[in-house]
Design a protein around this ligand. Structure first.
Ligand code: ADP
Ligand code: ZN
Length: 822
């Protein structure tokens, strides 16, 4: 019996699925995983069919059940395993199922949403009245014109056509408010996009006298000939312009002169044409790499689910192990997914994979233009690319026959999505591998406590690379005690005398320095010395940071900014002081101190585009910059060969945050950044400036001793009942009105109290560490449970309770396995 109904996930913040009837003519083309177009309220929406059913909905509801309007793709967008994964994500992270599936779908480039306006009965009456009236005001004239147009057309009209009438926009709004018009949204299919392909016209060559037409062509045209006829063959027009370094009009002119032929082709995936002249390093694997790779290969060959943690110090050559594992999966005719924590790394690794593996490699990340992302996505879905390199959301890439999932730098916070659905890419990767019987390989130099504990307990296999390739030494790390520095120099500033000397040494020897600082801006704290008040954001309970170049005080959380006051806004005194150096100040001080040096800065203020970012990194790699100052953007993954000094300024700024992961994060950051030194042939040195030189996170990072750090940190976590020894969830209750936030918190608190006897410990409600953010007051609960099942039950019941009490959905923010409590 064919299914008559189906359950559809729609991109709305509601926790339910929606039932639709399947019209007979669509029955054959529709299955679980299909993208469909459905009417929802007065809109057309795209959703995903999650399941089919032959059961009739309840008689009370059946009259409300509407029909599927259209099935959007010939093959279902999501393969069955991804539908299953979506349901798991929604359940585990208690996230609305429609929003989960929205995150899993490709960008919608084939549909356009339009507003249509209809005439109602009341509108017809109004038109007749206006028509009969003797003298009409200006606005009545506009209304009459608009109503008449709709009457004459006799069917809905696109809203933008009405807007073009004189006074049309305002008139339409008035009529809509009075219900004399009605609006609805419809979806219209876009025509498939096409691109112009250009080729050399052989007929033109045949008519020309010399053997090669290049001889008699002007120089630029000869270059075009060379690229098209001798080097590459037919190319999309923009690619040709770039490769031959000529302008588009020049190519257009050559087409008119029939030197070139051209035609339109639907947009298809082009291999990245920058690859042409790239030769990847060909490394002979050392004994450690071979040993661990052969273990992974054994699992891939055996087939079946398996998770391992590859713990290898920075520069130990983990990438080679990943690539070898991907090769093994491809050899078994399986596909592979490689997740990296940062967009810049997808480009680098994608290129490496393409050059090494030849097979179709797709790159997926959120910064790709939508058309390109959709194209890559569908290439993967059609099986044309069997290797996917991407950031967090690529964990949902629609590959089939999955053999391997790699998660590089598995400890990185960027794997956690900090908006709904709040999933962790690494954890979803492991679950996906389990569902599909694939091998999960997590890699890190500083594994998260969770993963290392899993390796300890035997849940994951532990693989290890103990030394750097070619036995290059890890750079020695020295801790600079800023209290001592102050005693000796009686000056405070971001650059201690030790760091200053070290930089001078590098300038003299012609090698490079990399200086990490954890804050952007000039100063991150503005204080009145008279009344002691710090200048706070209007919307958030946080101090504003001073940005000197822009001459503004800015909030790094909501973007609020104001001009720099001459006097204290609280007491009017003229003693406004700036504290705490940020990256902008550090750059300025370095320029002052080392006038001859080439100094550059890399942070979100100094580079706003991907191109600028790559430019700075490129300049640094090629030696055009002596000293690079940056925020944690510079700490990750990059392989700079000539850096012999890494300085870390205010290394401890995170340690004072009220967050149980503060020590772990500090340790990871310091170890990662220290790993940037001495990667080439030249030995390196690392200086870490701090006010807490005795803190274990700093001490052990300086010794690059992960194991001891893990031992120490896991004791605290066990003692204080934090992950990985307890399942944790954070619940924020938030509203712009503090009374609401308090009332709802009280209701939830009363509901949660009895949970204590059911295996869940409840902390709070307390003012959240950021008690006010973006104008909303925030109260926080923490739920801890030794057994995850207990936590899940409590959360499900809590959300049901909140719904019953009509607490708005957006007022309650649940974060399962939160990474940051701040
Ligand atoms: P990790 O990710 O473990 O920090 P990478 O994979 O980035 O380390 O490797 C560090 C550097 O060592 C890279 O430049 C890489 O090309 C090189 N490398 C890797 N394996 C070898 C090897 N067996 N012999 C020589 N160089 C190697
Ligand atoms: Zn703010």
């Amino acid at each position: 019996m064919p299914a008559n109904y189906c359950e559809v996930a729609l991109p709305v913040p509601l926790r339910s699925l929606f039932t639709y009837a399947i019209p007979e003519n669509l029955a054959d083309s529709l299955c679980a995983g299909s993208r469909v177009l459905v009417p929802f309220r007065n809109r057309a929406m795209t959703g995903v069919v999650v399941e089919l059913s032959t059961r009739r909905p309840d008689p009370g509801q059946i009259k409300n059940v509407r029909e599927i309007a259209e099935v959007l793709d010939p093959i279902p967008a999501l393969p069955p395993k991804l539908v299953e994964l979506g349901r798991w994500v929604s359940g585990y992270y208690v996230a609305p199922i429609g929003e989960v599936f929205r995150a899993m779908l490709p960008p919608q480039i084939d549909l356009r949403h339009e507003r249509e306006i209809l005439l109602t009965e009341a509108g017809r009456t109004r038109r007749a009245e206006l028509d009969a009236a003797g003298n009409r005001s200006e606005s009545e004239v506009a209304e009459l014109a608009l109503l008449s147009l709709l009457e004459i057309e006799g069917r809905p009209v696109r809203a933008d056509r009405l807007r073009k009438l004189p006074g049309g926009e305002a008139a339409a709004e008035r009529l809509l408010r009075r219900r004399q018009l009605e609006a609805r949204e419809v979806a219209v299919r876009r025509r498939a996009r096409a691109q112009k392909i250009v080729a050399w016209n052989e007929a033109y060559s045949a008519n020309s006298s010399p053997a090669s037409p290049a001889a008699e062509l002007p120089e630029k045209e000869a270059r075009v000939f060379h690229v098209l006829a001798e080097e590459r063959g037919p190319l999309p027009l923009p690619h040709l312009a770039k490769l031959a370094s000529v302008s588009r009009p020049l190519i257009e002119r050559m087409i008119r002169q029939e030197k070139l032929k051209s035609w339109e082709e639907p947009l298809a995936a082009e291999e990245d044409f920058f690859d042409a002249d790239y030769t990847p390093p060909s490394n002979q694997l050392n004994a450690d790499q071979q040993r661990e790779l052969s273990v992974v290969r054994g699992w891939i060959d055996a087939g079946g689910f398996n998770t391992s943690l590859l713990y290898g110090v920075t520069g130990s050559g983990k990438t080679e192990v990943y690539l070898g594992a991907v090769e093994a999966a491809l050899a078994r005719n399986k596909s592979a997914l490689v997740l990296v924590p940062e967009i810049a790394l997808t480009l680098w690794l994608g290129r490496l994979c393409r050059a090494r593996l030849g097979a179709g490699v797709a790159v997926l990340h959120s910064a790709l233009p939508e058309v390109e992302r959709a194209r890559e996505w569908w290439r993967v879905r059609r099986g044309e690319a069997r290797v996917v390199v991407g950031t967090r959301s690529a964990v949902f890439a629609p590959v089939e026959n999955l053999g391997l999932v790699v998660v590089d730098e598995e400890q990185e916070a960027s794997y956690k999505q900090e908006e709904t659905p709040r999933y962790h890419g690494r954890d979803v990767a492991v679950v996906r591998a389990k569902m599909e019987g694939a091998v999960a390989l997590l890699g890190s130099a500083t594994p998260s406590l969770e993963s290392f504990q899993n390796a300890r307990s035997g849940k994951y296999h532990l693989l290890q690379l103990d030394s750097r390739v070619e036995n290059r030494p890890l750079a020695p790390v020295e801790i600079v005690d800023l209290r001592e520095d102050f005693k000796a120099t009686h000056r405070t500033g971001p650059i201690s005398s030790k760091l200053s000397e070290a930089i001078a040494g590098r300038l003299a020897s012609g090698t490079q320095s990399l200086i990490l600082i954890n804050r952007r801006g000039y100063s991150w704290f503005v204080l009145c010395r008279s009344c002691g008040a710090s200048i706070q954001c209007e919307n958030c309970s946080i101090s504003l940071a001073y940005h000197k170049q822009r001459a503004r005080l800015e909030c790094h959380y909501c973007g609020f900014s104001r001009r720099v006051p001459d006097t204290c806004p609280k007491c009017g005194a003229e003693h406004v002081y700036f504290f705490g150096a940020g990256s902008e100040q550090l750059e300025e001080k370095l320029r002052e101190k080392f006038p001859g040096a080439k100094v550059a800065r890399l942070d979100r203020d100094s580079v706003r585009t991907k191109r600028a970012y790559q430019q700075v990194l490129g300049d640094f790699a090629s030696g055009k910059i002596d000293i690079l100052v940056g925020t944690q953007m510079v700490a990750k993954g990059h392989d700079f060969q000539r850096v012999t000094l890494v300085g870390v300024v205010s290394a401890d700024s995170q340690l004072s945050l009220p967050d149980f992961r503060a020590a772990e994060r500090t340790f990871q950051l310091l170890t990662q950044v220290a790993g940037r030194a001495g990667r080439g042939m030249l030995p390196g040195e690392v200086l870490v400036e701090t006010y807490y030189p005795e803190h274990y996170a700093i001490q052990l990072a300086a010794r690059q001793d992960y194991i001891s750090f893990f031992e120490k940190e896991q004791q605290f976590r066990r003692l204080l009942h934090y992950p990985p020894f307890t399942a944790l969830a954070s619940i924020l209750v938030r509203d712009t009105k503090i009374e609401n936030a308090i009332r709802w918190s009280r209701q939830l608190s009363a509901f949660l109290a009895p949970q204590e006897s059911r295996g869940v410990k409840v902390l709070g409600p307390a003012a959240a560490p950021l008690a006010r953010l973006k104008r909303e007051y925030r109260f926080q609960f923490l739920l801890k449970a030794p057994k995850r099942a207990h936590l899940r039950r409590a959360l499900a019941e809590l959300l049901a309770f909140a719904e019953q009490k009509e607490i708005p959905q957006k007022a309650i923010l649940v974060d399962v396995d939160p990474l940051s409590l701040f």
